[in-house]
Structure formats: C-alpha cells, structure tokens
Design a protein around this ligand. Structure first.
Ligand SMILES: C[C@H](CCC(=O)NCCS(=O)(=O)O)[C@H]1CC[C@H]2[C@@H]3CC[C@@H]4C[C@H](O)CC[C@]4(C)[C@H]3C[C@H](O)[C@]12C
Length: 325
C-alpha cells in the first residue's frame, strides 16, 4: 500500500509514502538532461527534462517509483493489484511499458495538461523490465506546481485518466470509487459537531475533536484515502519553506504504517519504508525513512544537469538524536 499527495502552500510539494515489506535498493536518483532514455517500443530520448526521484538503478536504467522534473511536474506509481490490466502492443498507439511511463512523461511534459495530451494516444504495453523485475500492477498520480493533479489507471476498459479534485491517491479500488466513498465522510470536521441525531436530548461534548470521531484510521487503502484527504484539505499553509516542508511530512506521516500493524504473510509486515516530497518550484528533494525521521534533502544542482551520467544519493537511514547538554 502507498499514499501519494500534492500539497500547495507557497510552493507545491509532491511525493509519497512507500509502504512495503521489502526494499528494492532504492535511492535518490537524478537523471540529467542528456542521459539517453532507451524505450522498448518508442524512439529513445537523448535530451529531455532532468528528473529527480526515488529509483532503483538496474543495468544502468533508473527504475523510478516516483519523482519530479525540473519544470515542476511530478509522478508516482502506486500498487493497483486487481483492477490493473496492461495491453499487448498496438500498432496504432504509442507503446510505453509501465516501467518507462515515469521517464516518458517527466522527460517530455511541463505540466498536467501536456501530460494529458501525451497520454491520449498511449498504450501501457505488457512488457516487463526483466525476469527479475516482472510487470508490477500500478496506477499513477501526476501533479504539477500549480497544484493540479490527475490519476491514470490502465484497466480492462482501457487507459483511464481522471481529474483528481483532492490531490490524494492510495491503492484499490478504482479512483472513481475512492472519490465516491468520500461521500460517506462529508460531515467529518475539525469543528465540534452540533447535535442532529437527537435534537431534543442533551448530548455532552465530552471531548475536543468530536467532529473527527468518524474518521477512519485503518491501514487499508480506503481508510488512508479518507484520512489523508481530510488531513491534507485542512492543513495550514506555513510562512516559509521550513514550515511548509514540516507540515508536508506531518501529512504523509498521518497515514504512515508502523511496523507490526499490516501483516502480509505470517509474521511479515508491510510498513512505511520511506516518505518523500519534491518542492516543485525549486526541485529540492526531501525524504524521511522509517529508521530515520530526520528530514534529509538533495538540492537540485543546475551545474550538474547538462550531463549524461546518473547521479545517485544513497538513503541516510541512521537516526540521529540531538542530545542536549
Ligand atoms: C510495490 C510498490 C508499491 C507499494 C505498494 O503499494 N505496495 C503494496 C504491496 S501489497 O500489494 O500490499 O502486497 C511499487 C511502487 C513502484 C514500483 C517499482 C517501479 C519501478 C519498477 C517497475 C518494474 O516493472 C518492476 C520493478 C519496479 C522496481 C517496481 C517494483 C514495485 O512494484 C514498486 C516499488
């Protein structure tokens, strides 16, 4: 399971929680403008927008989980096992494999509307990266620095693109159902409720925060979708980058999966391996890991972007405690 958001407060911040039981050796990877992206069925891209994100590099190829380009367009792949369906090659369409989808879009599009245009003729073709990295069932949140976002889902019906009015994506079910389910929680509120259940009876407001009493708190994707939407929609906007990025991580950590709570096989637990966020205006990439909740960052270094070599930054997973004298 995973959660991805776009949060606009001054700048826009885009990223996700990666919830899983194993790691793929992911690290922060910057793909400079002249790295040659080879595609299985499309012409390669020898010059493109630079991309920063979380990826595992295999055979010299950055397999991005999520990331953003230098123009402020971000994209994240989240598990979508069940409804997800990829198609055989279609000679009428632009055939892009799921593992190429992030570089294909972020390499060429500046914003959500350009991405929408590019996706119109796209076919997510069922070709895997390798035996070791088989096809994975994903859907994607795509967002830009204006705060706009869309969801892309490839199902038996075809390639579906949905406008996302809440800027949140988790996992199953299909996006229209996730949105529909929010109807059940319309009355969740930061304010204390008024008594509409039994207007004549005297009901005590025995606690603060009673307006959120019905807010779900489970690890499942529907619960996280509702909780994250409520949390993000009511998030304050800070006065500077430090406040905003601090708020941003509070938003993602609100749906963090702690170890021990989501058993996916006997005695094996899925948990939030990392949380990350890119400032879509400056390109600074921030992250925390389960082991280290200090915020780490990689600044976008303009002087290194006109190159063809990947830049990699291993995750800092050691917690540092600031002992006071
Ligand atoms: C599993 C993760 C989603 C997290 C999640 O939702 N976990 C629920 C698990 S559970 O369903 O609850 O058990 C997703 C998110 C991004 C994915 C990588 C994308 C690049 C590459 C694409 C290739 O084609 C296959 C290998 C590849 C490295 C992918 C592996 C894996 O698929 C990643 C990590």
């Amino acid at each position: 399971m995973c959660t991805s958001i776009i949060y606009t407060a001054g700048d826009s911040y885009f990223g996700r929680n990666l919830d899983l039981e194993i790691s793929f050796g992911e690290e922060v990877v910057v793909t400079p403008r002249d790295y040659e992206f080879k595609f299985r069925k499309m012409k390669s891209l020898s010059h493109h927008y630079a991309i920063t994100g979380m990826a595992t590099v295999q055979d010299g190829y950055p397999l991005y989980f999520d990331g953003a380009n230098e123009e402020g367009l971000g994209m994240a792949g989240l598990n979508f096992d069940g409804p997800c369906h990829y198609f055989p090659e279609d000679s009428e369409k632009d055939n892009v494999t799921p593992f190429e989808f992030i570089p294909y879009v972020l390499g060429q599009c500046k914003n959500v509307s350009e991405a929408k245009e590019m996706i119109k003729n796209l076919n997510l073709v069922n070709i895997n990266f390798s035996e070791k990295f088989p096809l994975s069932p994903l859907h994607w949140l795509i967002a830009d620095k204006s705060g706009d976002s869309i969801v892309v889902e490839s199902t038996k019906k075809g390639l579906n693109v949905y406008d996302n009015p809440v800027g949140v994506l988790t996992n199953n079910p299909e996006f229209p159902q996730q949105l529909n389910n929010l109807s059940n929680y319309q009355s969740v509120s930061p304010a204390q409720p008024t008594n509409t259940i039994a207007p004549g009876a005297k009901l005590e407001l025995y606690s603060r925060g009673l307006g959120t009493h019905m807010l779900p708190g489970g690890m499942d994707s529907e619960s996280r979708f509702v909780k994250e939407t409520f949390t993000k929609m009511h998030a304050p906007k800070g006065k500077d980058e430090l406040e905003n990025i601090t708020n941003y991580f509070h938003l993602l950590h609100a749906v963090e999966q702690q170890k021990g709570l989501d058993e996916v096989a006997p005695n094996t637990f899925e948990y939030t391996i990392y949380s990350d966020g890119v400032d879509l205006t400056t390109g600074t990439f921030y992250y925390t890991t389960y082991e280290n909740n200090q915020i780490n960052a990689v600044k976008l270094d303009q002087s290194k972007l006109d190159s063809s070599e990947l830049l990699t930054y291993p995750l800092q997973t050691k917690q540092t405690i600031h002992y006071q004298a």
